[in-house]
Design a protein around this ligand. Structure first.
Ligand code: ATP
Ligand code: MG
Length: 258
């Protein structure tokens, strides 16, 4: 589908469904993310938002439906192939490796390293060393930009909840993605850090990165998102501008009914 400005969506999910036993977690749900947008995905607890992310990134196999990312059908790809295509995600509970340093967490995310092949590591070719140097520089620059550079050598386990969320987003940027899916970036984060995270998202967006964000914090949704999709009981309830969604009686009812 093409929008009124003639833009193809960067991501289009069409009629996705996923059941767990008797629960239809995602039920014929569709969603579009336009290139350059910050798109919101909201809905009451248990609405199927995280499951939809899992389907989009192929962490979970859909029962039915289609996913087109950047003009290509991706429903037969593996999660690492999808990251390679330029779509990465973060988790509702940040998954950082606590026993590794902040820098090591960043470097682990780097893909396509020549060093992944053991004979390359063994030979320690100049290509590998060059690539490692570039990745370290890239990681340092990203950590610097989010204010975590001074903690680069600390264990990730020493970070606060909010800093872990920030590290997870920073790590996602290591693969130079086109689209980043954030699952509740503000949950459990103190208000000062929430504002900082929002500022970073807006800056990265201005630099060309597209976002799809699940978030319960409506201030965050209102201040960041161009368009919002609402799920309830696995199904599409509404989509529109944040203001339209805020004034939508059905949406209000779905939240009050939870
Ligand atoms: N792996 C699973 N096995 C069984 N049921 C699951 C699984 N994952 C999700 N569910 C169920 O699917 C439904 C949707 O869950 P999901 O986590 O996607 O909701 P959500 O919108 O992300 O909620 P929240 O806002 O609380 O994070 C819930 O009823 C949940 O219990
Ligand atoms: Mg969730």
């Amino acid at each position: 589908m093409v929008d009124s400005h003639g833009r193809q969506p960067l991501l289009a999910a069409n009629a996705l469904s996923k059941s767990f036993g008797g629960i239809r977690a995602v039920d014929n749900a569709s969603l579009e993310v336009l290139p350059g947008s910050i798109t919101g995905l909201i809905g009451p607890n248990g609405a199927g938002k995280t499951t939809l992310f899992n389907l989009l990134c192929r962490f979970v196999q859909p029962d039915s439906g289609q996913i087109i990312f950047d003009g290509v059908s991706i429903q037969h790809l593996q999660p690492h192939d999808i990251a390679q295509q330029g779509m990465v995600r973060t988790f509702q509970v940040a998954r950082v490796l606590s026993k590794l340093s902040v820098m090591e967490n960043m470097l682990l995310a780097a893909q396509h390293q020549a060093g992944e092949r053991f004979w390359n590591v063994w030979l320690r070719s100049s290509t590998v060393r060059q690539q490692e140097r570039e990745q370290r520089e890239q990681a340092s620059a990203i950590l610097e930009s989010v204010g975590l550079a001074h903690m680069a050598q600390d264990y990730a386990g020493a970070l606060s909840g909010g800093q872990r969320k920030l590290l997870e987003i920073a790590r996602a940027l290591m693969v130079r993605p086109k689209l980043v899916l954030l699952d509740e970036p503000a949950a459990g984060v103190n208000p000062t850090l929430i504002n900082q995270i929002c500022d970073h998202i807006l800056r990265w967006n201005q630099e060309g990165l597209t976002f799809l964000i699940i978030e319960h914090n409506m201030d965050v949704v209102m201040s960041l998102c161009d368009r919002v999709w609402v799920l309830a009981e696995g199904r599409n309830l509404a989509s529109g501008t944040p203001t339209e969604i805020q004034q939508n009686a059905q949406v209000l009812e779905a939240y009050l009914g939870q």
